[in-house]
Design a protein around this ligand. Structure first.
Ligand SMILES: NC(=O)C1=CN([C@@H]2O[C@H](COP(=O)(O)OP(=O)(O)OC[C@H]3O[C@@H](n4cnc5c(N)ncnc54)[C@H](O)[C@@H]3O)[C@@H](O)[C@H]2O)C=CC1
Ligand SMILES: Nc1nc(O)c(N)c(N[C@@H]2O[C@H](COP(=O)(O)O)[C@@H](O)[C@H]2O)n1
Length: 210
């Protein structure tokens, strides 16, 4: 399995504003590139924070829709969220903290719900489940909490990071990797830079994770 994190951040490293509202950081060509990556992928993964903030559809304009996957420990995905609009299959990973009622509601809304882990969703467990379903390429779109956890668990193979030419500011604004942060230098994930490409008025940085 190959796990690609794709995200767009401002020049000051923010994924969105201090109000955690969706901000267009990518331009049209970068959104097209992102759509191509969706088409190439077997699954698109987001955290429930992204569902609650952005209500993304996670569908691809240019081809078959990948499986939509949400990491949602307490089953907070609204039953009228766009990820449950029936345009593609949706798998929601919850943990033992999710109530039976919320799980039942999500299943009634059409989601496949799988319990992985006791506290937060176990990401190694979730990726194993995806592997069992023959998912080969996973695209992770965010947000910062989920991306941090994937790096912390050593589960990211590749990072495609678009840096837009704007400043969003705000100490509370989400960044690429939030979570608790890494306390010791030895734990900082190391990246290898493969390419730098100008797209729209920003740059796309492509890294592999060592
Ligand atoms: N610019 C970009 O490319 C993107 C920006 N965003 C922005 O990111 C923000 C949302 O990001 P966050 O609030 O960080 O939420 P998030 O999307 O990372 O979701 C975090 C939530 O996922 C759940 N979760 C379950 N298991 C988890 C685990 N093992 N590790 C971490 N989380 C786990 C928890 O409920 C947690 O609160 C929004 O402001 C959105 O606009 C989101 C996606 C892409
Ligand atoms: N790549 C990228 N660039 C931006 O400027 C963004 N604001 C985002 N946000 C994420 O894009 C997804 C939108 O999903 P739909 O098109 O509604 O399916 C979603 O994951 C946003 O959080 N990404």
């Amino acid at each position: 399995m190959h796990v690609v994190v794709n995200a767009a951040m401002s020049a000051d490293g923010k994924l969105s504003s201090r109000r955690r509202e969706q901000v267009k950081i990518s331009g049209p060509d970068d959104f097209d590139r992102m759509d191509d990556l969706r088409v190439e992928s077997d699954a698109i993964v987001v955290g429930v924070g992204t569902v609650l903030a952005d209500d993304p559809s996670l569908t691809a304009d240019g081809g078959a829709n990948p499986l939509r996957v949400v990491a949602d420990s307490r089953a907070r995905t609204p039953t009228d969220a766009r990820v449950l609009d029936g345009r593609a299959d949706t798998l929601i990973f919850v943990s033992g903290r999710a109530s039976d009622e919320k799980i039942r509601n999500l299943r009634n809304a059409g989601a496949d719900v799988v319990v992985a882990g006791d506290g937060r969703v176990s990401l190694p467990g979730a990726l194993s489940e995806l592997e069992e379903r023959e998912i080969q390429q996973v695209m992770v779109e965010g947000g910062g909490e989920l991306i941090f956890s994937l790096f912390a668990d050593g589960l990211v193979d590749e990072l495609r990071l678009y840096v837009g030419s704007l400043i969003l500011g705000g100490r509370e604004a989400p960044t690429l990797a939030d979570g608790d942060g890494f306390a010791i230098r030895e734990r900082f994930p190391k990246l290898e830079l493969h390419s730098v490409e100008r797209i729209d008025d920003g740059v796309l940085l492509r890294y592999s994770v060592s």
